[in-house]
Write a protein that binds this ligand. Structure first.
Ligand code: C5P
Length: 313
């Protein structure tokens, strides 16, 4: 058969997945384990800052990144690793072009890289029609990184193990957040190492303990109570590595936030406020103080990684 006479199968349409950032309402960190990770007792909330990942048919695996600097567009990108892992498990060729459109701060403690990995799993799964169960995707997600399963899951969830074991949290209400972003990110690994050092040298503050107060506030749907009990064992380590965060946290408290906490390993700082209307005035007052690079508003909980209908873009 001549080349021109070969039958061309129709190409599947590109698939776009929208995936949210996360904030930890409670992040209790246990001692370092033998594998180098730390056992966590954490409460995640997915918030309305999003990345979009589009998977398009291609002859081989490639990636492009839009909307942010400092994201690797190569094999170090977690979305690329996710596509390869999925292809391997499903027994298909990793033939896809991934386009990451970034809205989640990079290296900000809001799990942007993990979000892209989760979105790549969902997008490639649909593009390739692998027919894998959701539980297969969750297992792949957990192998890719501690925060990847939550980015698939979304909502509000209790995380244990190294953060990858999730159970849903019964809660009510919508919570309004203002996020203060830093110019330069922080390495998660270095923040955990700094916490280990502080604990080793007896410098660490008392641990956050169990997340029960946060779970109680969520059950009651009470943002005032939630603001009082936000807790993060990584916060002193992040502040030690980035002393400017002290000023950011103090500025938010001065402006009347219900609560202020470093998000995950930082350096993003999350401020809980009473309403969407308050978030607007709070954000502009915070901008006026000039303590951070950029300010973003969001609310949560929101759904995890979801395919966008083709006509919604
Ligand atoms: O799982 P992930 O690749 O996102 O973790 C990045 C780094 O954060 C790990 O290499 C480890 O140093 C640290 N980490 C940890 N304990 C956890 C999660 C992450 O020590 N539960």
């Amino acid at each position: 058969m001549s080349r021109d006479a070969r039958i061309r199968l129709p190409q599947p349409a590109p698939v776009t997945v929208r995936v949210p950032a996360k904030v930890n309402l409670h992040l209790g960190v246990g001692p370092r384990r033998l594998d180098g990770y730390h056992d966590l007792a954490t409460v995640f909330q997915a918030v309305s800052l999003y990345d979009e990942v589009t998977a398009s048919p291609a002859d081989e695996l490639s990636v492009e990144v839009a909307g942010a600097d400092g994201v690797p567009a190569d094999e170090n990108n977690l979305a690329v690793r996710a596509a390869r892992a999925l292809a391997h498990t499903a027994g298909v060729e990793p033939a896809v072009h991934l386009r990451l459109s970034k809205g989640i701060p990079v290296a900000g403690g809001m799990a942007g890289g993990s979000a892209d990995a989760a979105a790549a799993l969902v997008a490639c799964d649909a593009l390739w029609g692998t027919g894998l169960e959701r539980s297969n995707l969750s297992a792949l997600a957990a192998a890719l990184g501690s925060d990847v399963p939550f980015a698939l899951h979304g909502g509000t969830a209790l995380g244990s193990g190294r953060g990858e074991l999730l159970s849903p949290v019964l809660g009510q209400g919508q919570y309004h957040w203002v996020f203060a972003l830093a110019r330069v990110g922080l390495s998660t690994t270095l923040v955990y190492e700094e916490l280990d050092r502080q604990r080793h040298q007896g410098e660490a503050v008392a641990p956050a303990g169990p997340p029960d107060p946060v779970l109680g506030a969520l059950r009651a749907g009470d943002p005032v109570a939630l603001g009082r009990v936000l807790a993060n064992d990584l916060q002193p380590a992040a502040v030690r590595l980035r002393p400017q965060l002290r000023h950011v946290l103090a500025a938010g408290q001065e402006l009347g936030a219900l609560g202020a906490v470093v998000s995950g390993s930082g350096p993003t700082v999350a401020f809980l406020v009473r309403s969407a209307a308050v978030s607007i005035s709070f954000a502009s007052a915070l901008a006026g103080l000039g303590v951070c690079r950029t300010i973003r508003r969001a609310s949560g909980p929101v759904a995890g990684a979801r395919i966008l209908p083709p006509d919604s873009r």
